[in-house]
Ligand binder design. Structure first.
Ligand code: ZN
Length: 247
């Protein structure tokens, strides 16, 4: 067995309460491009920020057009072996929480219970009313939008409906941030998977865990600024690395 995989396996075995923190890298292996990466969508299509979405029906129409486009890879993506291995670790009681920067909902789809997934940037697989927070599933909104161009509005209060993501210009979700902080402080092992850790405040969690005595592991296909703090760094494919470590 590869020495790094062996070290990862032993670190996981030693841990009694781990946290897994995931970024775009775990989902690129499911075919979802990293929007911020070098081939990222946002190099060619600029994101619609929160104030634009709220302020302009035209921008809302554009946002929903993108959401319901056949080129929206996120809507079609399936969990890969990375997600499935994380779900196994949660099920085995090894991992208390999965903190994620992703909005694709693939951790839940792979079997991690909702209450153990902490979504720092929300979720694009359902929508919410911005006024009363009523939840809307996307399928009926899509049918209506594609048939007659109706922009989703709340049928209870008339509020603007938006995917449950945290857009640029929208404040970070307070409850999720607090949960992530608590989970980071409570763990004895913090495993970063597929995040380049450049976006704060998210990148603060591994530092917080490490300073509080947890082991820190990073599995990512490229170097990160926090590699120097780590007990173990693995620059390899995520799915195959994780699944080999628990085989
Ligand atoms: Zn409403």
């Amino acid at each position: 067995m590869d020495a790094e995989i062996k070290a990862l396996r032993e670190t996981l075995q030693r841990s009694k309460r781990a946290v897994v923190f995931t970024g775009a890298g775990i989902s690129t292996e499911s075919g979802i491009p990293d929007f911020r990466g070098p081939q990222g969508l946002w190099k060619t299509v600029s994101p619609i920020d929160f104030s634009e979405f709220i302020g302009s029906e035209e921008r809302r129409r554009e946002r929903w057009t993108r959401q319901f486009s056949s080129e929206n890879t996120m809507a079609k993506a399936e969990p890969n072996s990375g997600h499935l291995t994380v779900a196994q670790l949660v099920k085995a009681g090894k991992v208390s929480h999965v903190i994620t920067q992703n909005v694709d909902g693939l951790h839940q789809r792979s079997g991690v219970p909702d209450e153990q997934v902490i979504e720092l940037h929300g979720n694009s697989q359902y929508a919410k009313c911005l006024e009363c927070e009523k939840r809307f599933e996307l399928a009926p909104l899509k049918d209506k939008f594609l048939s007659d161009g109706t922009i989703p509005m709340c049928d209870d209060c008339g509020g603007i409906v938006k995917t449950a993501t945290i857009s640029f210009g929208q404040s970070m979700p307070v409850a999720a941030m607090q949960m992530a902080e608590q989970a980071s402080l409570d763990c004895d092992l913090f495993v970063v998977v597929g995040s380049s850790l450049v976006v704060y405040p998210a990148a603060g969690f591994p530092v917080m865990a490490k300073e509080n005595g947890a082991d820190l592991v990073i599995i990512n296909n490229e170097k990160t600024d926090l590699d120097r703090l780590c007990d173990l760094v693995i620059h390899q494919q995520i799915g195959s690395t994780l699944s080999a470590a628990i085989d």
